[in-house]
Design a protein around this ligand. Structure first.
Ligand code: ADP
Ligand code: MG
Length: 339
């Protein structure tokens, strides 16, 4: 057996980064979630070559104080969780303190940030997590982070990236979901120099749906707003006559976080049974709100999966919320958000 040794810090960092950062869209997910957590009302994302050579995320949130900037890039450094018990009631999208460390380990990063109580901002730059420089910068309130040349120092990872168009599509799909998860924030995506998404940020879910999916989809939706056992389910579902050939338009959000939830999906489809043709699927944009103490978001590094302390009440709330909207639609015309 060869001798066992502890990995060099830089190698260990690269391995850990691989868990959080897989492709451009995973970088953008982390950065935009940080912007949302920062209290921003406007978030702009710009990508070039599908995000492989250039990603920039700008927000008008709280910014990072000069003395915290270097710490923010360390692994397990976070302002969002302090004690073990905090993990039982997570109200922010981030909490692992790993994103900035991971992203900076595998790209060339520039961050410009300013808080409200400082007249001068901070510019932080690094290459693959080394050659760190910190200097003064004049900048507006908030944070702009640029990540260039993703995986420039991890050729093995680079090989697994898809064509630029496919990476760009993945970013666009992600931005759609994020925009639907926070209608109170105005999101913009600029892809290869062209604006491809712009939500108004007026707080109305139907405005965000219209901006994301366009006129045709928005034209045949049924509103849902239902509370059962402390769980609120609200949003829009497709009218039975406008069902779809697959499940790609089923969007569930739990406490403002886009998730894949088998329970919610089964409840949705059960509620449509008998109302739509076999082989067709309902579409939805449904927000599920429940006390953070009964949902565990710390299951998956990308936080795409959540675990409920009890699945049954979630199933029931979705099922009955959807069922009553579908039943009511037999007597009522669907709402046309396009009007
Ligand atoms: P986490 O989001 O899990 O805390 P990150 O590595 O994503 O970990 O970020 C580390 C810290 O940097 C955050 O806890 C936050 O304090 C700060 N931060 C990161 N991005 C922003 C931003 N856009 N605006 C304000 N603060 C930020
Ligand atoms: Mg984060």
């Amino acid at each position: 057996m060869p001798k066992i040794h502890v990995l060099e810090k830089q190698v260990a960092e690269l391995i850990a980064a691989g868990e959080v950062v897989e492709r451009p869209s995973s970088v953008i997910k982390e950065l935009v979630e940080n912007s949302i957590d920062s209290g921003a009302s406007i978030v702009t994302v710009e990508i070039r070559r599908g995000g492989v050579t250039y990603i920039r995320v700008t927000d008008n949130g709280c910014g990072i104080a000069r003395e915290d900037v270097a710490t923010a890039f360390l692994r397990h450094a976070t302002s969002k969780v302090r004690e073990k018990d905090d993990l039982d009631a997570i109200l922010t999208l981030g909490f692992r303190g790993e994103a900035l460390a991971s992203i900076s380990a595998v790209s060339r990063v520039d961050l410009i940030t300013r808080t409200a109580d400082s007249s001068i901002g901070t510019h932080y730059s690094s290459e693959g997590g080394s050659d760190v420089e910190i200097e003064d910068a004049g900048c507006p309130l908030g944070t702009t982070i640029t990540a260039r040349d993703l995986f420039f120092n991890v050729p093995a990872r680079m090989k697994f990236l898809k064509k630029d168009t496919a990476e760009g599509n993945s970013v666009a799909g992600l931005m759609d979901k994020i925009a639907l998860s926070h209608p109170e924030i105005s999101f913009r995506l600029i892809r290869e120099g062209k604006e491809v998404l712009h939500t108004p940020g007026d707080g109305k879910l139907n405005s965000a749906i219209y901006a994301v999916f366009g006129k045709e989809f928005s034209g045949a939706l049924l509103p849902v707003d239902y509370t059962l056992g402390g769980i609120r389910v609200h949003g829009y579902i497709s009218s039975p006559i406008a069902s779809r050939p697959n499940r790609s338009m089923q969007n569930f959000f739990i406490n403002g976080r886009f998730v894949r939830s088998r329970t919610a999906c089964v409840a949705l489809e059960e509620a449509y049974k008998g109302a739509i043709m076999v082989g067709k699927f309902p579409a939805c944009v449904l927000h599920i709100e429940l006390p953070s103490s009964v949902v565990d978001v710390n299951v998956h590094p990308a936080k795409l999966e959540v675990r409920f302390v009890n699945e049954r009440p979630v199933f029931d709330a979705v099922y009955h919320g959807v069922k009553s909207a579908v039943t009511a639609s037999r007597d009522m015309k669907s709402v046309d958000l396009a009007q």
